[in-house]
Design a protein around this ligand. Sequence first.
Ligand code: 6CS
Length: 340
Amino acid sequence: MKSHNLLTGAGIGALMLGMSTAAFADNWRYAHEEYEGDVQDVFAQEFKRYVEENSDHSVQVYRFGELGESDDIMGQTLSGILQFVNQSPGFTGATIPEAQIFFIPYLMPTDMETVLEFFDESKAINEMFPKLYAEEGLKLLQMYPEGEMVVTADEPITSPADFENKKIRTMTNPLLAETYNAFGATPTPLPWGEVYGGLQTGIIDGQENPIFWIESGGLYEVSPHLTFTSHGWFTTAMMANLDFYEGLPEEDKKLVNDASDAAYAHTIEHIQGLAEESLEKIQEASDEVTVTRLNEEQIQAFKERAPQVEEEFIDMTGESGKELLEQFKADLEAVTEDEE
Ligand code: 6CS
């Protein structure tokens, strides 16, 4: 289990040091939500490599815990202390309600190739989301999937009835809480730093995350029953402070865009086979772990509850969310048709 130390006085001091406006141009600060070698770190390190090899700028990467929780690094980016941030819609969805679209269950396909094609080609992802993020002062540089969501709990879950009276941790957006309500559970929104301890002490009975993170964060040690429900993908987003980005000379804007493209391509390579490798590591490390893959009939019992979450999404987001959802579905249909 890696240490989850939060922002300390020393951390703030380190951040403030050299915080002159002149330094911003040359030393860019970039924070993400994960640990060394995890998917967001792979993206950030490749972004840094590209920037540093192709310019005189340098990039300082801060990992989870160095500057606080996900909401803290977003606040620091919006106030201009950081230039770049990787934050998942699981948290951004609290301020950009449309970003909660990723939590409508069974909307995304399960197969990775189709999902990747969707991220490359989707108008909703590549044209509509950048406008929504810009309204909040953010330049959206890349949205990307990290892995299929898997539920972990204190018992295997095979039906909505198994979720009864189970407190399932969700990221802190209201729609994901609706999903778990619809699934029959008691949703418990918490920031990441409280999840391992919460599972260990029984404050929560389960949670959802991609396999690589269940392995990396040691979640299987305290929540050993893994269920593949096929209900969604963990998606994330890398962005810049919009004023900072707009103020860059054209050549630096191009550098940032090219570095994001390079980081995306590299990260997509990285996630190929990652879930399988991580599951092997988990199974080698623990005899307690069980793996349940829901069959079609079992999936159907959860899928039946998706329309109420979709309705809730539209209630929360109005016309803007409705348009986004229609485009999202059209984009999904286009890539699914290609597969056939
Ligand atoms: O569950 C969470 O909160 C975390 N999960 C992942 C895969 N990345 C960062 C996020 O904070």
